[in-house]
Ligand binder design. Structure first.
Ligand code: SAM
Length: 282
């Protein structure tokens, strides 16, 4: 008998992966956690039936959510990750010797436990001495901080369920306050292709623009996310990702990556016309 994982990308579009086996299924107080093994994508992890990451393509998402801001401001020392329970974002951050402190706040301790046990390829740096883990709603956590972080990365689930509050005006305003005077906020910005996601992207963009003087959007190709075309939001108080990229400095660090490079850094901000128009309308 063949076993397939199927995810609805829209009510009329489905995406399927042939499974080798189901590794785990556990209901946390917040969401349903599943882990599967497949031939094509290796091990993969879903929350409430939505793809979080696969062993084969997670490097694209984690490269782009971390190295774009890190190459824009080489002075980043203190980082807050909101969500990110699989540890992939923290793994990439800990590759920078200059990073002194990484706080990671995930609402769901069970996600972190499960990923530590079953997804070593992303979670293996969560024990780095510079990393502190908090289990709390990111929306509440951020209210307590002012001028504390150089970079905030919002590595959350989609804007429904526990992740909903991380797409609100209140949240973005509090991120602005928690950032230092040259702080950067990066968030996963959904896909621009399917209507329901595109609306979430526009809404997030409008809200972020209310607080940050520099707001840009960049893209990556992530095969297992809806439509395969994924956007990230880059918002900043001072640093412009195109003007301020110091390619020589970043390349001098010798960080090996599978997707990110400093040519792609600038190219990723060059958006297709339909995306530009959608963002201009917002
Ligand atoms: N790369 C993934 C994606 O976009 O598909 C995101 C992965 S990461 C596993 C998302 C994490 O965000 C989950 O572990 C979830 O528990 C966490 N999360 C959701 N809502 C949150 C909230 N309000 N505060 C903190 N963490 C939250």
């Amino acid at each position: 008998m063949e076993l397939w994982y199927t995810e609805e990308h829209t009510p009329a579009v489905r995406f399927s992966i042939k499974l080798k086996r189901q590794v785990l299924s556990r209901q946390s107080p917040f969401q349903l956690i599943d882990i599967f093994d497949s031939d094509e994508f290796g091990r993969f992890f879903t929350l409430d039936g939505l793809m979080m990451l696969t062993e084969k393509d997670e490097f694209i998402y984690h490269d782009m959510i971390v190295h774009v801001p890190m190459a824009t401001n080489p002075g980043i020392r203190r980082v807050l990750v909101i969500g990110g329970g699989d540890g992939g974002t923290v793994r990439e951050l800990t590759r920078y010797d200059k990073v002194e402190r990484v706080d990671m706040v995930d609402i769901d301790e069970m996600v972190v436990q499960v990923c530590r046990e079953h997804l070593q390829f992303t979670s293996r740096c969560l024990g780095d001495p510079r990393v502190t883990l908090y289990y709390e709603d990111g929306l509440k956590f951020i209210r307590r901080y002012e001028n504390t972080y150089d970079l905030i990365i919002v590595d959350s689930t989609d804007p429904f369920g526990p992740g909903e509050g991380l797409f609100t005006k209140e949240f973005y305003g509090n991120c602005f306050r928690a950032l230092s005077e040259d702080g950067i906020l990066v968030n996963q910005h959904e896909n621009p292709y399917y209507d329901s996601y595109a609306i979430a992207m526009q809404r997030a963009h409008i809200r972020i623009k209310e607080f940050f003087p520099i707001c840009r959007v960049y893209q990556a190709h992530i095969p297992t996310y809806p439509s395969g075309h994924w956007l990230f939001g880059f918002a900043s108080k001072k640093f412009d990702p195109l003007r301020d990229l110091d390619a020589t400095a970043w390349n001098g660090l010798g960080i090996e990556t599978g997707y990110y490079n400093t040519d792609l850094h600038s190219a990723a901000f060059m958006l297709p016309n339909y995306v530009k128009k959608a963002l201009e309308r917002s």
